[in-house]
Design a protein around this ligand. Structure first.
Ligand code: FES
Length: 148
């Protein structure tokens, strides 16, 4: 087993969200060699589709680390490739739709073992063949925003 995949994950209570007033739960997985701890999660009212929603604080996701959460009830995953950039994907595995989970710099599917790169969502290990669906993500001050 890849040691980075065995790191503990952490969850965050991300306050009321955001641009549209939605609170979203984000749980993060530390990158290689990074510490992880625990906290909790929350949910709130939905906002119109496509509205950027604060999914968590940038400081909650380590550089090289990943996180998961929900935006408007849709499962999303986030990867932070650099200090000031983030990328986000629909968490639905492209094989059969199970939600993928953060695993350091990757996202792993618990159903049939597919894994995807955090940096671009491409397939590392099948049976999935197509990359994760990319979503709009941005850094807005101290927040990560995702449109879903
Ligand atoms: Fe993800 Fe099958 S649903 S590998």
């Amino acid at each position: 087993m890849n040691p980075e995949k065995s790191l503990p994950r952490r969850s965050f209570l991300l306050g009321a969200g955001a641009l549209g007033g939605s609170a979203v739960a984000l749980s993060a997985c530390a990158g290689p060699g990074q510490d992880a701890a625990a906290s909790s999660a929350a949910a709130g009212p939905a906002v119109p589709a496509g509205t950027p929603v604060r999914v968590g604080k940038l400081s909650d996701v380590q550089v090289g680390g990943s996180a998961s959460g929900k935006v408007n009830g849709k499962a999303v995953v986030v990867f932070r490739p650099t200090e000031n950039t983030v990328v986000a994907y629909d968490a639905a595995c492209t094989h059969a739709g199970c939600p993928v989970a953060p695993a350091g710099g990757e996202f792993d599917c618990p159903c049939h073992g597919s894994s995807f790169k955090g940096s671009d969502g491409s397939v590392i290990t099948g049976p999935a063949r197509a990359p994760l669906g990319k979503l709009q993500a941005a850094v807005d001050g101290e927040w990560i925003t995702v449109s879903a």
